[in-house]
Each structure stands twice: as structure tokens, then as C-alpha cells.
Design a protein around this ligand. Structure first.
Ligand code: PEP
Length: 260
């Protein structure tokens, strides 16, 4: 069975005390659940909180509960004021980093070529990557979503040889992020199946069948089960609903029910 993943993207939210409370709340909720061997839980706090938040992930949960960054630099080290190197993220306890979130593509104008450099930096520093892709509402209305997603993925696919097991894809339709408007399970499944087809063409069926593809975009406890029931949806990248332990745990429960 493919790895199932529930990842929380905290974005630029919370003060330090709130971040501590949240990780503690998630950890104590996980303590009372029977976590399947096949599930990974990931949280992505903002950079200044990573070190501290990591200290609240219990050692007994560290085989399934992981820390992720929200981004990493394209550079290795040096005079890049404000950047955070992948090696630094590894140093403070990250196992993963997000790359290519649509908010960074939009506000930081990150190009597909830059994102490839970030992926390389991550792999060079033993970080696994959750690589985000997805179309805008205009692109979907123009029925260009498959083309857009293929473009976003094809540049990065050329860098994956040797690191296929360290790569996770998150399909996040931009029109569903933070809007309350979720893709229907059928819309999401259609794209996930398409992405798995791209993987199969490029790397063969075995790799395509083994790679986890997450859905992101207004996923919450009330719609998670229907999304996770789809054949090619292997979990979620969760924004708003990951900021409260109760709703994040509710989404984890939806996945645990699906796995059971
Ligand atoms: C995200 O930012 O990755 C996301 C999916 O946000 P939300 O769940 O709030 O739509």
C-alpha cells in the first residue's frame, strides 16, 4: 500500500506560544490513537518556530510524526540575506520541505526552474520534498489544467532519478486554497489519476503506483473522508484546518478510517 500522509501547512500564522500549544495538542491526540504503520503525519510551522516545535514531537512518535519547512533556498550557503538553506532546515530537525506552494509561486514569483534548484538543494541535504502543483481558476475555466500541471511537473521530473522515494506530490488547485471551495472528490481524483499517468509514462508503473499524491485545498474533517476514499488520493496538505489540533486530528481520523 502507498504511504498515506496528512501534512499541516501552518503558513505565516501563530505566535510561538500558540505554535507550542498546537504541536502539543497534535502530539497528545496522536498518543490516544492507533496510528497505522502506513501513515505519516507532518507539520510545517514557519521557519523561526521549527527548532522549538521539533522539541515537542515525542521521541516515541518520531517514526511517523515529522517536521517540514514551508520552503528552502535555491542556494547552498553564503550572502543570501533572509534565505534559509536546506542544510539549516535539516540541522533544526526537518525531514521534509514544501517546494512550489502556489502562494510562493504567486507572491515570490518562483519559476519552475527555480523550484528545480530548491528540490536539488533539498535532496542534497537529505530532505524529502512535498512538491505542490495546481491550476488557477482561469486555467481551469479555459480547460488548461492538465497542461498546466504537466508543465509544472515535467521540469522537476528530470531531477528525480535516485530520489523517487523522497518525493511527494501535492495537487492543490489554487482556486480551492483558503477559499472554502473544495474540488469535488471526482475533480481531484481525475487530476490525481492524470498525475499518476504522467509518472507512469516517465518512470514506469511501479514508481507511479508507489508515489504518494496528496490533495490540498479547503480540506477539513467534514470533506476529508470522501476525498481520501478516491483511489489515487493518498492524503492531504492541509492549511486552515491544520491550525487547530481538533480539526487536524479530525482529518487524521478520516485517513485512519480509510486505511482500516
Ligand atoms: C494550503 O495552503 O496548502 C492549503 C491547502 O490551504 P487550505 O487548506 O487552507 O485551503
Amino acid at each position: 500500500m502507498r504511504k498515506k500522509i496528512i501534512a499541516g501547512n501552518w503558513k505565516m500564522n501563530l505566535n510561538l506560544a500558540e505554535a507550542e500549544d498546537l504541536v502539543k495538542g497534535v502530539a497528545s491526540g496522536l498518543q490516544t490513537r492507533n496510528i497505522s504503520e502506513n501513515l505519516k503525519v507532518i507539520i510545517a510551522p514557519s521557519h523561526p518556530y521549527l527548532f522549538t516545535v521539533n522539541t515537542f514531537i515525542p521521541g516515541s512518535q518520531s517514526h511517523f510524526f515529522h517536521l517540514s519547512a514551508q520552503d528552502c533556498s535555491i542556494n547552498k550557503s553564503g550572502a543570501f540575506t533572509g534565505d534559509v538553506a536546506a542544510s539549516m532546515l535539516k540541522n533544526v530537525g526537518c525531514d521534509f520541505t514544501l517546494v512550489g506552494h502556489s502562494e510562493r509561486r504567486k507572491y515570490q514569483k518562483e519559476s519552475n526552474e527555480e523550484l528545480v534548484e530548491k528540490v536539488k538543494q533539498a535532496f542534497d541535504n537529505n530532505l524529502k520534498v512535498i512538491f505542490c502543483c495546481g491550476e488557477t481558476i482561469e486555467e481551469r475555466k479555459a480547460e488548461k489544467h492538465f497542461e498546466v500541471i504537466e508543465n509544472q511537473l515535467e521540469t522537476v521530473f528530470s531531477e528525480l532519478e535516485g530520489n523517487l522515494e523522497n518525493f511527494v506530490i501535492a495537487y492543490e488547485p489554487v482556486w480551492a486554497i483558503g477559499t472554502g471551495e473544495t474540488a469535488t472528490p471526482q475533480q481531484a481524483q481525475e487530476v490525481h489519476k492524470f498525475i499518476r499517468g504522467l509518472l507512469s509514462n516517465k518512470f514506469g508503473n511501479k514508481v507511479a503506483e508507489e508515489m504518494s499524491i496528496l490533495y490540498g485545498g479547503s480540506c477539513k474533517p467534514t470533506n476529508a473522508s470522501d476525498l481520501f476514499a478516491q483511489a489515487d488520493i493518498d492524503g492531504g496538505l492541509i492549511g486552515g484546518a491544520s491550525l487547530k489540533a481538533e480539526s487536524f486530528l479530525g482529518i487524521i481520523d478520516a485517513m485512519l478510517n480509510e486505511i482500516a
